[in-house]
Design a protein around this ligand. Structure first.
Ligand code: GUN
Ligand code: ZN
Length: 469
């Protein structure tokens, strides 16, 4: 067992339905006791230490210990396609994203991309993700192999499309069914992995392909105990919405192109939903489907301003996604800041967000969207120890600001305003340390700032080597 001493901050309740102050839980000098990757006890450090006087202590006493971030929309094959600014969605797809995605036909390339992708997730403090996969089954096999080894909580699936992409990315309904079934059989429910049926979007899916998705969503007789999940894109860009309306003349709206196939469920996460109608929001709420809000992507592609207030008023659950490569990096904290900006820019139509809302959107909300709320999303006893220790390098703007923060809410505000992957000092996935900022870097910055190491036991930064370096 290990006892982590830290300022522990999480959101076990929903600040959109409860008072934000009541949704936040703070242990200023707190402790989390971890046994076999699971949180066995938590509380004020003095109390927990008194109950467990012999356990080793790791001092994470500067900065904040938060639940690991949950990214509910991120594309594995696009980790090398970030930064393509200046184009709207359909242009961007054809110029930037799809040519890169075609390269994953070669499994050695796909494998190298998978390693990079998972490493970047961990370095960004993300411990759970709903990952948009590749169009190639061998690329997904290699991805799941690497994801299992990473220790991260990953839900992903083979991406399906049978029109309007690039020829080499197209499948057929028959092939989609066979390859997806095989991947589900091999990977769904194995360790921390789950499978998500993933048509790219209705624009690139015929009704026959969407019907295959319906088939894949049905539990296999004698097969998986936990049903597979579903994800796709929706209502991202006005030209895309118009094209979908033309391709599905019988559908009431974009959501209905999925709904007619039974794909709008409480296991469904739809990315973007910037241009949602009230009817669509009503139907999503009724079904318990979630929206993945991806603000940096929406701004980068000029997709529009996300109607968060209307989602909340309709009772649709919203979590955050980085949408890399259209998004501008994997740090979900940045998505929180951009979500806050977007609501500010919407004026009266916006929903003002507090730091508590941002933490909830970046952690617990995502765990619910993935159906993993019993295991992750906050640091409650009985859950997996999925956590990120945000501790800025000495001398950074965030360090300067955390040092004068009034309280935990103020500290959280400064983390969302100023934080980035460079402030991720340590990440734990089910108790396993995944990423440690280089001890030598910290030693250098500490020396520059004239501080010395202290405490009655080692600092993790001095005790673990970086992973995958
Ligand atoms: N819609 C269909 N494919 C994509 C994609 O790769 N990125 C985004 N942002 N939207 C999409
Ligand atoms: Zn996307």
């Amino acid at each position: 067992m290990t006892l982590y001493r830290a300022t522990v901050v999480d959101t076990p309740a929903n600040p959109f339905t409860e008072e934000p102050a009541a949704a936040l839980r703070v242990e200023q000098d707190g402790a989390v006791l971890v046994r076999d990757g699971v949180i066995a006890a938590r509380g004020p450090y003095a109390e927990v230490r008194a109950s467990y006087p012999d356990e080793p202590v790791e001092h994470l006493t500067e900065g904040l210990l938060l639940p690991g971030f949950v990214d509910t929309h991120v594309h594995y094959p696009q980790v090398r396609a970030m930064g393509g600014l200046g184009r709207p969605l359909l242009d961007w797809l054809h110029q930037y994203a799809l040519p890169e995605e075609a390269r994953l036909a070669e499994v050695s390339y796909a494998d190298a991309v998978a390693v990079q992708f998972l490493d970047h997730l961990a370095r960004a403090g993300t411990t759970s993700a709903l990952v948009f996969g590749a169009h190639f089954a061998p690329a997904m096999d290699t991805f799941f192999t690497r994801a299992e080894a990473s220790g991260l909580n990953i839900t992903a699936g083979l991406v399906l499309g049978d029109r309007l992409l690039r020829d080499e990315l197209h499948t057929t309904p028959e092939r989609a069914l066979a390859e997806s079934h095989e991947l589900i059989r091999r990977w769904h429910g194995r360790g921390r992995l789950q499978y998500a049926v993933t048509p790219r979007f209705s624009l690139s899916s015929t009704d026959a392909l969407l019907e295959v998705c319906t088939e894949l969503m049905r539990p296999i007789a004698g097969g998986e105990a936990v049903p597979v999940r579903f994800t796709s894109h929706i209502n991202e860009n006005t030209a895309e919405v118009a094209a979908v309306a033309a391709l599905f003349p019988g559908a009431r709206d974009y959501l209905d192109s999925y709904d007619r196939h039974g794909l709008v469920t409480d296991r469904s996460v739809f990315a973007h939903n910037v241009h949602a109608s009230d009817l669509e929001l009503t139907r999503m709420a009724e079904a318990g489907a979630w929206a993945a809000h991806c603000p940096t992507s929406n701004s980068a592609l000029g997709s529009g301003l996300f109607p968060l207030r209307r989602h909340v008023e309709h009772g649709v659950g919203v979590a955050l996604g980085s949408d890399v490569g259209a998004g501008t990096g994997m740090f979900v904290g940045k998505e929180g800041l951009q979500a806050y900006f977007m609501q500010q820019l919407l004026g009266a139509a916006g929903l003002p967000l507090t730091p508590v809302h941002l933490l909830y959107l970046a952690t617990s909300a995502g765990a619910h969207a993935l159906g993993r709320q019993e295991r992750t999303g906050d640091l409650s006893v009985g859950k997996d120890f999925d956590a990120v220790w945000l501790c800025p390098p000495p001398g950074s703007e965030l360090a300067t600001n955390l040092a004068v923060a009034d309280d935990a809410v103020d500290a959280l505000a400064r983390v969302f305003a100023l934080g980035g992957p460079a402030d991720v000092a340590q990440v734990y996935a089910a108790g396993r340390p995944l990423h440690t900022r280089r001890a030598s870097d910290d030693a250098a910055t500490r020396a520059r700032s004239g501080r010395s190491e202290s405490g009655d036991s080692h600092r993790p930064t001095a005790s673990h080597e970086p992973t995958q370096d």
